[in-house]
Design a protein around this ligand. Structure first.
Ligand code: ZN
Length: 164
């Protein structure tokens, strides 16, 4: 009787599956079938691979967020930026926008550090409304100076200050 080509394998995950081992040499089929039995079935293998990929994506995203946050914090400390006013969510978003806008302006304007500090960072320190920063998120880097200057000089962007 020829060695069978179709083997019913009980996999490590507990599922049974038939495997066509006709491509293997007759003398290797039993060993191969035993080896297959130490692995999960194809479906379970796929599912755990997808779950793993999902975990990696989530981990990468969390890592990027944490990296961004620590970059933002480092910059805020160095530039002596004040804490923003607003809800936790708005503050987190506003801080990110403030950092990105000022970093973009720094790149674009190419000013020496003292000039950048005087013309951009100083007025920017007066703007403590998270929502004001969020509103400027699509601003051109070249417009940042005018925007922060305008906000700082008119006080429109001081958050939650009831004048009455
Ligand atoms: Zn399975």
């Amino acid at each position: 009787m020829p060695v069978k080509t179709t083997w019913n394998v009980e996999h490590a995950c507990g599922h049974c599956a038939e495997h066509d081992l006709s491509a293997k040499r007759a003398s290797e089929r039993a060993g191969y079938a035993r080896w297959l039995g130490t692995k999960d079935c194809t479906e379970c293998w796929r599912a755990s691979r997808d779950a793993q990929a999902g975990r990696e994506r989530a981990g990468a995203l969390a890592g990027r967020r944490a990296h961004e946050l620590s970059e933002t914090e480092t910059w805020e400390t160095r530039a002596a930026m004040p804490v923003l006013d607003g809800s936790d969510k708005a503050v987190e978003w506003g801080r990110r926008v403030r950092y990105q806008l000022l970093a973009a302006a720094y790149e674009t304007l190419g000013l020496p550090d003292e000039q950048f500090a005087a013309r951009i960072e100083t007025p920017a320190r007066h703007v403590t409304s998270a929502s004001w920063w969020i509103d400027q998120r699509d601003a051109e880097p070249a417009d940042v100076e005018e925007l922060v200057d305008d906000a700082a000089s008119t006080d429109v962007a001081r958050a939650n200050e009831n004048p009455y």
